[in-house]
Design a protein around this ligand. Sequence first.
Ligand SMILES: [Cu+2]
Length: 176
Amino acid sequence: MTIDRRDILRIGGGFLAGLASPRHLLAAEAVEIRMQGKADGSHVWFDPIGLRIQPGQTIRWINLDRGNSHTATAYHSKNLERPLRIPAGAEPWNSDYLLPNETFSVTLTVEGVYDFFCIPHEHAGMVGRIIVGQPGRSSAADLSTQAAGGETIPEIALRAFPSVEEIMRRGVVRPA
Ligand SMILES: [Cu+2]
């Protein structure tokens, strides 16, 4: 009996799949959001700008922009009195300034939509959106407009958030 190359590949693939299923890897590993910028500083962004994770997963921001410090900061009254744009009952976070190659991690357990921004670059539209599990009732209408009270959000930032629908459909939304 001869075993051709394709059979060997099939056997090998099955063996690997049994050892480490992608689901196990996903639960254990942090999901990365990169802070990026053009060398001349004319454009800065989070990549991905939108993503969906499961409750209990960890997000890790890493500053890959050599020319700028960035923050990952949740929209919450504890952070510079910004309007609330994370689920009620969820803990707000603020990475403070990350120098190039520095990282900051947060584990999100409460389901819903989380919006965050970069303190020095919110006015350049450097914001992002994470959906944990199901988006819940905090839906599109409230999120595309200013919340009553609190500091207003710059229009350029409001327009930058990917829609809840797009994140749910695609899982990961890369910046335009
Ligand atoms: Cu920034």
